[in-house]
Design a protein around this ligand. Structure first.
Ligand SMILES: *[C@@H]1O[C@H](CO)[C@@H](O)[C@H](O)[C@H]1NC(C)=O
Ligand SMILES: *[C@@H]1O[C@H](CO)[C@@H](O)[C@H](O)[C@H]1NC(C)=O
Ligand SMILES: *[C@@H]1O[C@H](CO)[C@@H](O)[C@H](O)[C@H]1NC(C)=O
Ligand SMILES: *[C@@H]1O[C@H](CO)[C@@H](O)[C@H](O)[C@H]1NC(C)=O
Length: 213
């Protein structure tokens, strides 16, 4: 098999099943300042074999999105691992199109695009990664301002993912919430101090349980 034929075959297999005709535009009049802050990833659609292996362990995880003055953003996500909480920081660079960003994927060693397809800022957002539609790279995520599973949001997410050609099995809306970041009991005193100097609603996730520690 020639190299170009192999490449063609690979490209075909990579997009198989996906609706590549779909034109995906970002949220009109995207407003980054309103979009910033805390989000929970409460749904994920991913057609890759790796995701299929681990999807049952997926939890709704917390993220914090912080823009800088230039319009680039950092997204920090927390995930519980066997050895404790891990933090991942993703740096998304703005593009000429508001609501579209790019970043370099260390895992796949390619630059990927991120599109905020739809958001109403106060409740939910639908985010597409890699809009060229590829079974290895493309993901759709549902983010909620709260970790609570809302049937209307889940339905919106599912129908969007299905319209792009994701299979039912590739769409996951985990019921469990990732407990990270977890506050270590030995740090309680420090955290109490920190907490008292913060406005009440900036307190870190989980402080409700400190009184019981
Ligand atoms: C984003 O992260 C980079 C690298 O860690 C850092 O240099 C930059 O200051 C961060 N920007 C914001 C807005 O936090
Ligand atoms: C955002 O969307 C949710 C879910 O559709 C809805 O309940 C809420 O009222 C919306 N908020 C705004 C400000 O439009
Ligand atoms: C803090 O959150 C509570 C609900 O959890 C809300 O009633 C209150 O208005 C919020 N305060 C501020 C300063 O946002
Ligand atoms: C508080 O603790 C209970 C059980 O101890 C747990 O189910 C709940 O998720 C915790 N809440 C937070 C916000 O960590």
């Amino acid at each position: 098999m020639t190299l170009s034929l192999a490449l063609l075959l690979w490209m075909f297999l990579g997009t198989q099943g996906f609706n590549t005709q779909h034109v995906i535009e970002p949220q009109p009049n995207f407003d980054l300042d309103k979009f910033a802050g805390e989000w929970y990833r409460i749904g994920l659609a991913d057609e890759s074999p790796l995701f299929a292996m681990f999807k049952n362990q997926l939890k709704a995880s917390r993220g914090l999105l912080v823009p800088d003055a230039n319009g680039n953003v950092n997204l920090t996500m927390w995930t519980l691992r066997p050895y404790g909480c891990s933090i991942s920081v993703y740096s998304y660079e703005k593009t000429d199109v508001p609501g579209e960003f790019t970043y370099f994927s260390k895992r796949h060693k390619i630059t990927k695009d991120i599109t905020i397809v739809e958001t109403n800022y106060t409740d939910y957002s639908l985010v597409l990664k890699y809009k060229n539609m590829n079974t290895e790279y493309t993901q759709v995520a549902l983010y909620g301002r709260s970790s609570i599973q809302r049937p209307d949001l889940i339905e919106k997410f599912r129908s969007f993912a299905l319209s792009l050609g994701f299979s039912e099995e590739a769409i996951v809306t985990p019921a469990d919430i990732d407990p990270c970041p977890i506050l270590e009991p030995r740090n309680t005193a420090e955290i109490r101090e920190e907490k008292s100097s913060q406005s009440p609603n900036q307190s870190v996730f989980g402080t409700e349980n400190l009184s019981k520690v």
